[in-house]
Design a protein around this ligand. Structure first.
Ligand code: SF4
Ligand code: SF4
Length: 126
């Protein structure tokens, strides 16, 4: 397989081609937090051509001292407000938060590979 991505220190690898048929399971499913930094908030607002305060009111909520992107409830599932079901893509892809860019290589999953595999069909053993 030519498209396997490995990262040093991680006990698994990732096959990006799996995204084509997975229907965005990392952007949908159980409710969760999609954290955005201040810098990311400005970048996304700029991408959308929105005033940053207007953007914050419409798309973010506060969780402790951080901000997270809102979700839509769709049947029994939740979707990030920027998930585009029609294209199976992200509406803010160029400015998506670091949390999304670095998935599935999160420190959290280093010791929770089974949990990650149940969420992401692109995970393979190394
Ligand atoms: S869950 Fe995994 S395979 Fe599915 S879209 Fe996300 S990264 Fe791709
Ligand atoms: S910002 Fe984009 S990549 Fe991140 S969860 Fe939302 S739709 Fe998915």
């Amino acid at each position: 397989m030519s498209d396997i991505v490995k990262k040093e220190g991680y006990p698994y690898a990732f096959t990006p081609s799996a995204c084509a048929t997975c229907e965005g399971r990392c952007c949908t499913g159980e409710s969760g937090y999609i954290y955005v930094s201040k810098k990311e908030i400005f970048a996304i607002a700029e991408l959308l051509g929105m005033d940053v305060n207007e953007f914050g009111v419409k798309y973010l909520f506060k969780k402790g001292y951080k901000y997270s992107i809102k979700e839509n409830k769709v049947d029994e599932s939740y979707e990030c407000v920027f998930y585009d079901k029609a294209t199976n893509g992200c509406k803010i892809y160029q400015a998506r938060p670091s949390q999304c860019r670095t998935f599935p290589f999160w420190e959290y999953f280093k010791t929770r590979v089974d949990e990650l595999k149940s969420e992401c069909p692109g995970i393979v053993d190394v």
